[in-house]
Design a protein around this ligand. Structure first.
Ligand code: F6P
Length: 471
């Protein structure tokens, strides 16, 4: 059987996890991509091609939650070279302002090409004649061209969930031209922000001979490729409905009580990633406690840092730094029964996240660079009683859309401290009016609107000329 719509992403929406007794079970995968695409796919007749999150041979395809899931197997070496190496130690830091230095290894690039081909072959086998394939994110930038080679009848969309680097940084990548040509296999290339789309068009102009006019790249075979911005969102109604449910409100109250009923509850929720500005945020909060501008037990800060990419050295180092910092601040300001920072190195189900969002007064999103940041939107969607202030980094895609947030430069620790203090002391009237503005935006521009917009734009792209002739 083949499918009219096939999503191709590095991860499946569920991860195969092995319990200590050797039994296996499927669990929800981490990250914004899955949260965004899951509701889209549940309503579509489609297949999802992706990696089940651990090394080993691919389990057989299966159906779950109204989706046909097609697992791709990666060996241990491929996980090290393709996923931890090229994807997350080369492309990831390169795309996030080289916050951590990108590492360039030729054998990682070989694995990247090999694994991208495997994904392209699996997608080619799933998509119906004349169907649509929607390829996602930086781990799979060669798939569009590889898939086009195998299935020229298929309409191919590509969406880049993370920032696209400026030319001056992208220039470092030894395989920059191959990556550009990989992406140009798509009919539509979508980015989070118009700045990312401009960066891509600039590198295409610089390292290819192709004609680039406005947001269109003309290929020698007559294809015109559209490049544009499609800011991603969340299933806002789901968060709103969850936050209104009585049991969840009770859970939110319970969380506050367990924290000693502080007057102010500050919250941070991130994958434990150096791009998220977690250290900057903790430093700012710590100094506010040092200076008595926040006090224990009047204020508490909960930082959820879900485990991520734990075999990559830069992530291991970050974890150590964060834990030393939290330990110092708690050691200095904690008392028996209450401490300033509650650091949770765990992942939680969406219901618990909504309870935390509902319990919080101030949400801190201080990324040093972030494609969008869906946590900011989730918090807003969960603030059903218009109570809650969002402190948001200028360096997130979300900052382009969420006027109503207090925008900050996370590198400016004093500025960050002032913004946190302003959020904590903001008059309820201003809190409400800002949150209403934020909610209007997040509830209107939801993930369904995003995916429909992208898929309609893709459907509007011209069919490949060779196929139009054959048909
Ligand atoms: O949105 C960026 C992203 O890298 C996604 O592609 C990914 O699913 C998510 O973050 C989580 O990262 P990882 O799959 O490496 O755990």
């Amino acid at each position: 059987m083949t499918y009219p719509l096939v999503v191709v992403a590095n991860r499946l929406p569920v991860d195969l996890s092995t319990e200590p007794d050797g039994s296996t079970s499927w669990r929800r995968s981490p990250g914004g991509l899955v949260s965004a695409m899951e509701p889209v796919m549940q309503g579509a007749e489609g297949a999802w091609v992706g990696w089940p999150g651990s090394p080993g041979p691919a389990p057989a395809p299966f159906d779950a939650d109204g989706m046909h899931l097609v697992p791709i197997g990666l060996s241990e070496e491929e996980v090290a070279d393709f996923y931890e190496g090229f994807s997350n130690d080369t492309l990831w830091p390169l795309s996030h302002d080289v916050i951590s230095p990108p590492v360039y290894h030729r054998h990682w690039w070989d694995a990247y090409r090999r694994v991208n081909r495997r994904f392209a072959e699996a997608a080619a086998a799933q998509v119906a004649p004349g169907g649509t394939a929607w390829v996602h994110d930086y781990q799979l930038q060669l798939v569009p061209a590889m898939l086009r080679e195998l299935r020229p009848d298929v309409r191919i969309g590509y969406f880049h969930h993370i920032p696209f680097p400026p030319l001056e940084l992208f220039a470092q990548l030894p395989w920059r031209t191959q990556v550009i040509h990989g992406l140009l296999g798509a009919d539509l290339i979508g980015f989070q922000r118009s700045g990312d789309a401009s960066n891509f068009l600039r590198v295409t102009r610089r390292w290819t001979d192709l004609a680039v006019r406005g947001g269109t790249v003309s290929m020698p075979d007559g294809r015109s490729i559209r490049v544009g911005s499609f800011p991603i969102s969340i299933d806002s109604r789901r968060f709103d409905e969850l936050a209104r449910s009585p049991w969840l409100r009770a859970r939110a109250a319970e969380i506050r009580a367990d924290l000693g009923d502080p007057e102010v509850l500050l919250l941070g929720v991130d994958r434990l990633d150096y791009t998220k500005g977690i250290r900057h945020r903790i430093k700012a909060v710590g100094e506010l406690f040092d200076e008595g501008r926040l006090d224990v037990p009047g204020a508490a800060f909960v930082q959820v840092a879900s485990p991520s990419r734990e075999n990559v050295e830069a992530y291991q180092q970050l974890r150590e730094e964060v834990e030393v910092l939290v330990g110092r601040i708690n050691g200095e300001h904690g008392r028996i029964g209450s401490q300033p920072i509650h650091y949770l190195h765990h992942s939680y189900p969406p219901e618990e996240m909504v309870a935390l969002y509902s319990a919080a007064d101030v949400m801190l999103v201080t990324s040093l660079r972030d494609g969008m940041n869906l946590v900011a939107k989730e918090f807003v969607a969960a603030c059903v009683d218009d109570r809650g202030v969002l402190v948001l980094s200028e360096f997130t895609g979300a900052a382009d859309e969420l006027s109503g947030a207090l925008l900050v430069n996370p590198h400016d620790i004093d500025g960050l401290k002032s913004a946190i203090e302003r959020a904590v002391t903001m008059a309820p009237r201003e809190v409400r009016s800002r949150m209403r503005r934020l909610r209007r935006r997040v509830l209107t521009d939801d993930v369904a609107k995003w995916s429909t917009g992208f898929l309609e734009a893709l459907a509007g792209t011209a069919v490949q000329p060779a196929f139009a002739r054959d048909a």
